[in-house]
Design a protein around this ligand. Structure first.
Ligand SMILES: [Zn+2]
Length: 308
């Protein structure tokens, strides 16, 4: 598991305390790296499993000792009491720095769950950036929708989240969800923005008379869906597949031939659009590309004309 995925899963589990001594070798190493970065902070356990009988949960009374109903007073080693907690302030500060928003302070939208990090882009193509955690709870989603008009507003919004995005349903608002681990990478002591994810959002808006192939850029490296203002960046493989489909002018082509013509080695075209890594490109693929049970793929004329 990558560092930011591990951090995201620690935050999502709502574990305020992770016992590094209970983690396996690989995870232990990554927790230690997160601790060095400042993403996890050390804390003393309030309650632990009794180190003598391993059966009862005991409360730590003073540093170095706890009381167990079974064993009486038991001595604790330092490692028994050592815990790590994700540091949300660290994460939100580093997100802001990676997006050049370090001067702005994060506003709380939903306490403990959603923060407003700041705005990126230029006039006419501004995007509000939010960070959300533990959003899978329907009550949290409702709370967020309730404060949306006052705390977010009528603006294209990007929400970075540690929650699995297929568990977040926010109907009626303009929001693009980006998993934390897709949006940023750990570099040095902080985070850097993933270019593919943020390029479209921070770039100077394209002039309206710029020629495109229907919804696609001339080099097929981005796609603009109907009714949206922000192009979705595509990888080389994704661009190659969509270029071949575009050149079929609405006709169906067999999946295996499509993959071969794109110069790729994949079982299915959709394999170039993994949901967890490229959620937006996956959404574009599912919006535009049709397939049938006989293994045929095509870009319907209508959706292309609408976007052109
Ligand atoms: Zn005990």
């Amino acid at each position: 598991m990558e560092l930011l995925e591990l951090l995201a899963s620690c935050i999502e589990q709502g574990r305020t305390s992770i016992a590094p001594t209970l983690s396996d070798g690989m995870e232990h190493e990554r927790l230690e790296r997160l601790r060095q970065l400042g993403a996890m902070t050390q804390a003393r356990a309030q309650a632990i499993i009794c180190p003598r009988c391993q059966a009862r949960s005991v409360r730590v009374i003073t540093a170095g000792s706890a009381f167990c109903a079974e064993c009486g007073q038991v001595a604790l080693a330092v490692k028994d009491m050592q815990r790590l907690s994700p540091d949300g302030d660290w994460l939100r500060r580093r997100i802001a720095q990676a997006l050049d928003l370090a001067g702005e302070s994060a506003w709380v939208a939903v306490p403990g769950r959603v923060w407003r990090i700041g705005d990126i882009g230029r006039a006419g193509a501004r995007h509000r950036v939010l960070f959300g955690q533990q959003l899978a709870d329907v009550m949290v989603q409702r709370a967020l929708l309730a404060v949306w008009p006052t705390h977010v507003g009528e603006i294209s919004t990007i929400m970075i989240t540690t929650t699995s995005i297929d568990r977040v349903f926010l109907p009626g608002v303009r929001v693009r969800l980006v998993p934390l681990a897709a949006a940023f990478r750990v570099r040095g002591g902080g985070l850097v923005a993933d270019e593919a994810v943020w390029a479209g959002a921070q770039a100077v808006p394209a002039t309206t008379n710029q020629a495109r192939y229907g919804p696609f850029a001339l080099d097929f490296r981005d796609v603009l869906l109907a009714g949206e203002s922000e192009p979705i960046p595509l990888t080389h493989s994704q661009a190659a597949l969509l270029r071949v489909l575009w050149e079929q002018a609405g006709a169906s082509i067999r999946g295996s031939l499509l993959v071969r013509m794109a110069g790729l080695e994949l079982e299915k075209p959709v394999d170039a659009f993994p949901l967890n890594k490229y959620p937006e490109a996956n959404r574009a693929y599912r919006t535009l590309v049709r397939s049938d049970r006989r293994g045929g793929y095509w870009l319907p004329r209508k959706s292309l004309d609408d976007s052109a």
